[in-house]
Write a protein that binds this ligand. Structure first.
Ligand code: SAM
Ligand code: SF4
Length: 342
């Protein structure tokens, strides 16, 4: 893995990506599945040093979509034949928020005749909260570990953010029965190739079902912005990480994330060609998108959900893959894990 992370020869890299795409076809099939992502609130109680919506960024206009607006987005996702949605926001643990999510899950399930798969990406919560949301209808959860190195984690977060708590959350989610997704940022300040190798081993050892990782992209209003950044190198590393993760983990779902496209206009289709099989089209109403900028140059800020759909459809066709419309596209790794535990 170390050798490949150092590889700069485009022809050799093409070989690696080709192997990884073939491995994806063998283990998870030729299709790419869409998860419409609704970034419904940028209110956040945390202060991660890399994130544009961290609570100390006073330049952000804060928003929280109302229940009706979120429901409309979920219905639109179903109309566009996306099999699943992702609900994502800043992190809050207060009871009003926990109840709000619980209610909205019930309502989305009822309004879509239980046909829409629901993934949550709402940060660290108590086991009780995760259980309530699971019972209300969520079945997948994305919680990036951000880096598998506790030492690097400390440099990227304030004192009251803990690597061990985050890792424990992943284990709790798994115990409850979620399909569990994690991931890291690639090209972080102070991050070495050794860290990235360890990240892939962490995914393997934690036996996760889904991976959502992407390049780190600086945001001008964050403490980390001055630490230096090489976009082209981060993009290359982003693709190599997708390919290596596919070759090591084989049957997990891997997302080609939006941050790839922030660094290269064809970023997401290149992610698919390097072994990813999930794409998360943004279905957040256009008016809110500018307030959910985790990093600079976030793409698709002026588009609406339908424009995103046709744009992505074209991109996937160019990448030579097929789209699994209307399907949940669950992680094959998760079904294998279920069978083994029976
Ligand atoms: N608050 C939840 C959490 O942190 O898990 C979910 C939302 S958070 C915005 C989702 C992900 O955005 C984080 O896990 C982090 O990896 C990513 N992110 C934040 N800032 C970023 C940046 N500057 N570049 C790339 N990804 C970033
Ligand atoms: Fe909040 Fe998540 Fe951003 Fe951290 S990464 S500041 S928890 S939104």
């Amino acid at each position: 893995m170390r050798k490949w992370l150092n590889e700069k020869d485009p022809r050799k890299l093409e070989e690696l990506f080709g192997e990884a795409r073939a491995c994806a076809i063998r283990h998870v099939g030729p299709k790419v599945y869409f998860r419409g992502i609704i970034e419904f609130s940028n209110l956040c109680a945390k202060d991660c040093y890399y994130c544009g919506i961290r609570k100390s960024n006073a330049n952000v206009i804060r928003f929280a979509m109302e229940e009706g607006e979120i429901l409309e987005c979920a219905m639109a996702a179903q109309e566009m034949d996306y099999g699943s949605i992702v609900l994502q926001s800043g992190e809050r643990q207060d009871e009003i928020y926990v109840r709000f999510i619980e209610d909205i899950l019930h309502k989305i399930k009822a309004a879509t005749a239980e046909k829409l798969g629901i993934t949550l990406s709402l940060g660290e919560q108590t086991a009780e909260t995760y259980e309530r949301w699971f019972r209300a209808g969520a079945h997948r959860y994305l919680l990036r570990i951000e880096t598998s190195s506790p030492v690097l984690y400390k440099r990227l977060h304030p004192e009251n953010h803990f690597f061990e708590v985050r890792r424990e959350c992943l284990r709790t989610l798994r115990r409850i029965g979620y399909q569990v997704g994690t991931g890291v940022m690639i090209g972080l300040p102070f991050q070495t190739h050794e860290h990235l190798v360890d990240d892939i081993l962490f995914f393997r050892d934690e036996d996760v079902d889904m991976i959502g990782m992407g390049p780190y992209v600086p945001h001008e209003d964050t403490p980390l912005v001055s630490a230096g950044h090489d976009p082209a190198e981060n993009f290359r590393l982003g693709l190599v990480m997708i390919a290596l993760t596919r070759l090591v983990l084989k049957d997990v779902n891997i997302a080609a994330t939006t941050a790839l496209q922030a660094l290269d206009p064809s970023g997401r289709e290149k992610g698919v060609q390097a072994g990813a099989n999930i794409i998360m089209p943004n279905i957040t109403p256009t008016d809110y998108r500018k307030f959910y900028q985790l990093y600079n140059h976030k793409p698709c800020l002026d588009e609406n959900a339908r424009q995103c759909r046709s744009c992505l459809e074209r991109r996937i066709q160019v990448a030579g893959a097929e789209i699994g419309y209307g399907e949940w596209g669950d992680s094959k790794h998760f079904s294998g894990r279920q069978k083994n535990s029976i």
